[in-house]
Design a protein around this ligand. Structure first.
Ligand code: ZN
Length: 135
């Protein structure tokens, strides 16, 4: 029996027309399914995740913003754990207001994330040096 994480299906990104909590930013949900259409229909019927059920119950529009086909739940977890800060613009064409093809690739996003981390580390080191009198 193949394990769930070995299964090949699609990762989908749901975009909510407005945030549930009244905040300014749109919200998203990332999920994986063998059959995205079927899974999304379940979500919309209130038979999916608790978050999407609450969003639908609040009358908020839900759009499938993006689908990564031929992917496993491992990829879903990777997308979630990358925690791309600007997931709202980096992964979602609706939020970015651009065509899907114009979005940065995952590799680009990952490179940007690494660069931000590197700069933050450098800044921390600089502050520590200043604090300790080493300049
Ligand atoms: Zn979006």
């Amino acid at each position: 029996m193949p394990q769930r994480h070995d299964k090949v299906g699609s990762v989908y990104l749901l975009h909510f027309d407005r945030p549930l909590d009244g905040g300014q930013r749109p919200r998203h949900y990332i999920g994986w399914a063998l059959d995205v259409d079927e899974r999304v229909a379940k979500h919309l019927a209130g038979d999916g995740s608790r978050l999407v059920r609450a969003v639908v119950a609040a009358g908020i529009g839900v759009t499938v913003a993006r689908v990564w086909t031929d992917t496993t739940p491992v990829f879903e977890r990777a997308l979630k754990s990358h925690n791309f800060g600007p997931m709202d613009g980096g992964l979602c064409p609706l939020c970015a207001g651009v065509a899907l093809e114009a979005l940065p690739s995952l590799a680009d996003l990952e490179a940007r994330r690494r660069e931000r981390k590197r700069l933050a580390q450098r800044e921390r080191t600089r502050r520590m040096q200043l604090a300790s009198g080493v300049v």
